[in-house]
Design a protein around this ligand. Sequence first.
Ligand SMILES: [Zn+2]
Length: 249
Amino acid sequence: MHADEHDLMTNMTNTTTNAAANMDASSLDTTNMGASGKDSTSMGTSGKDSTSMGIERVLDLFRETQAMLEGHFVLSSGLHSDRYFQCALVLERPDKAAILAEEMARQLRSAGMPRFDIVIGPALGAVTWAYEVARALGARAQFTERKDDSMQLRRGFQVKPSDAVFVVEDVFTTGGSAREVIDVLKTYGVTPRAVGCIVNRSGKNPFEQDGLRLFALANVKAEAWAPDDCPLCKARVPLVKPGSRAKPA
Ligand SMILES: [Zn+2]
């Protein structure tokens, strides 16, 4: 166990006893999934590159900022999970956001995709992330937003079919929000070149059937259960509902 993990667990007393046990390497993977979903070659030699961050460094940034909580959580879907990612707590630190964005740009370059015109993500969660990735790529940063229950491109943002577009999200659970962004782009005649996220919890490439490559800085498959089947409930681990309201220090 890393010292910081220990600190985190100490901070998270009364949450779970098996958080460390759940940090098994089998659920953690830094390889990118190609359109095939099985393609690990996109990291290829770059995976051994000394400049590569690796998943542990990525997760360390999350632990340092308490953006990855290990314990017993109710997700927005209503399912219970042993881990919760609050990317806003990493992204509130521009220095750390820049490190993650540079890593994303490095992975794209390694995959032969060095040039993008636009990085776009769904508001609100992906606004700052898209902005940092755009900075790292020398691209423009845009976001879509919900209005009247539909995702839209507003504020005078322009996108045209000849633009090389990279769609980003902070965390993929199902990739649903990124899917909505892709659908908005479609109405402008735009097909993105690739999709990227900081943490992919889906356990796959949700855009495989679209032929889109997925770039994820960390693949951490969500262990999630219906409340009736939740082993953490059975073990009487106190349930935490991560809210949008910050707790006083
Ligand atoms: Zn539970």
